[in-house]
Design a binder for this molecule. Structure first.
Ligand code: MRU
Length: 356
């Protein structure tokens, strides 16, 4: 099986990113669920724009896309002199690194690509370009494998009949396939458990309403959509049994940055004595970030809060805050589900042990 076909068949029904005819194709997540359209990227700059504009989103998918962005640029420059090639690649790394600040998978993937360039020197540009494309394929295939392993470990935490609340989209659409939080649910369902999902709509960008609801429906997994403000009520009524979310960056002490609203859910889960699980591969854990306080939080434009899809419901010019992520302290995390296993009550020591 060629790398290309391996990439295209590892997904069940949802194809997030694929390599076709020397270009990176991304399902346009701004258009889902109304339209399933692909955006093609041929350069690092186009890939960085696609990440910034949320064509592709979700920490692991951002990392895979960025890796392909470097490979695209290397292929484009392979006829250049070694000096021009190196300068062009440096610019590509910078442009991609500036696309979004919070998901650490972006920087993790770029570091892996940099290591390939370093190890390959002084090879010819065309050889380096070929090695970079191989590495991008590898990062993508490893992500699917990590998600499947995580799914296997996490499924053990899900009892038959559970009603699971999730937030944002931590599914196949946020990864190279299978998903992190939704991967755990997929694996539990594959193991014969009846699981129903309650998806928070995830204001302001509506990843839960647009993406999670659509992705689960594609797989025939029962899903009920709620507005974000309804989760406390449902917990109080004992209509939620557990929470599973993904992460954009887990700090060395176990603090978790994830989509804005996650912290609120974690506090509610503790109040109602419900387990709060975070599913995240090691590529999302950043041992160099000491604690959640040091995680850069992306602040996005006001238009996302004032309205959606061209409709404005707030008074024009009203002041807006739009932090895209929040930090859940480690003490509120019941367990971290990784490809290496389940880490109950994560702390600095247990996180460090994952990397030994
Ligand atoms: O702004 P987004 O849509 O990129 O945010 C995505 C999330 O917060 C996800 O929960 C996170 O990246 C985990 S994805 C497996």
């Amino acid at each position: 099986m060629s790398q290309h076909s391996a990439l295209s068949t590892q997904h069940s029904r949802v194809e997030t990113l694929r390599w076709r005819d020397g270009r990176l194709e991304l399902v346009d997540q701004r258009r889902l669920p109304a339209r399933v359209e692909f955006v093609a990227c041929a350069t690092a700059e186009e890939t960085a724009r696609a990440i910034h504009d949320m064509v592709v989103r979700g920490a692991p998918a951002i990392g895979c896309a960025a890796a392909y962005g470097v490979a695209l640029e290397a292929a484009r420059l392979q006829g250049a002199t070694p000096r021009e090639f190196a300068a062009g690649l440096d610019r590509a790394f910078e442009t991609l690194a500036a696309s979004r600040p919070t998901a650490v998978n972006l920087f993790w993937a770029l570091e892996r690509m940099r290591a390939v360039v370093k190890a390959a020197a002084p090879a010819r540009p065309a050889d380096i370009a070929a090695r970079l494309l191989d590495e991008a394929h590898r990062i993508t295939a490893e992500d699917v494998a990590a998600n499947r392993a995580m799914g296997g470990h996490g499924a053990a935490l899900i009892a038959d009949g559970m009603r699971v609340l999730t937030h944002c989209n931590a599914g196949a659409l946020a990864t190279a396939g299978h998903g992190t939080a939704l991967g755990v649910i997929r694996s539990a369902v594959a193991a014969g458990k009846r699981v129903s999902v309650i998806a928070g709509e995830t204001r302001p960008f509506l990843q839960g309403a647009r993406l999670t609801a659509w992705e689960l429906a594609q797989d025939g997994i029962p899903v009920t959509l709620i507005a974000d403000s309804m989760s406390g009520h449902l917990m109080a009524r004992r209509e939620i049994d557990a929470v599973i979310v993904g992460a954009d960056r887990v700090a060395a002490n176990g603090d978790v940055a994830n989509k804005i609203g996650t912290y609120m859910i974690a506090v509610l889960a503790r109040r109602h004595r419900l387990p709060f699980y975070v599913a995240a591969p090691l590529s999302t854990i950043d041992p160099r970030t000491e604690s959640g306080a040091a995680i850069p939080i992306e602040e996005r434009g006001a238009a996302e809060v004032r309205g959606h899809a061209g409709i404005e419901w707030a008074p024009a010019g009203v002041a807006v805050r739009n932090p895209a992520f929040d930090v859940t302290p480690a003490e509120l995390v019941t367990a971290l589900i990784t490809e290496k296993g389940v880490v109950a009550a994560p702390d600095r020591g247990k996180i460090a042990a994952l990397f030994k």
